[in-house]
Design a protein around this ligand. Sequence first.
Ligand code: GNR
Ligand code: NI
Length: 167
Amino acid sequence: MALLPILHYPDARLHTRARPVVKIDERVRQLVADMAETMYAAPGVGLAATQVNVHERIVVIDVSEDKTGLIALINPEIIELRGEKICEEGCLSVPGIYEEVKRAEWVKVRALNTSEEAFELEAQGLLAVCIQHELDHLDGKVFVEYLSLLKQNRIKSKLAKRARITV
Ligand code: GNR
Ligand code: NI
């Protein structure tokens, strides 16, 4: 097990489009385990491989209170979206920034698990939001890109300033 370093916005590597996983082997299972450890340590409720600079379509999520609800999604695809809702989002790659984003209220996703089995998951609430947020990461999209350019620029300078102080 290992903690993986998380990329911080505005790092250009966060805008990489991830490639599908070709073979779910020991390397992929180890990456999923390391991503889960990194997510729990952060702590966060989700993590996309993009955030740890691995550009493959892998996501881990756990929205349970007691960390017993780990879900790994490999090559996930959203197959249905229903409704709309506004929710406040945060991101481990945009630390300390929380902003409202409009998302679908309900989603159905299809993915492979670490045993290479296909499964479908229907979600609402935080899980639905998290799935949409993580799948965006795999397409190189960070939640702040839904905000106005003015807000995006404010967030960029805030994070850049913070990075200068902490080095
Ligand atoms: O930990 C996280 N919390 C969160 C809260 C509201 C909406 C989305 C999220 S995902 C985030 C972890 C993260 O950055 N995943 O990419
Ligand atoms: Ni995120």
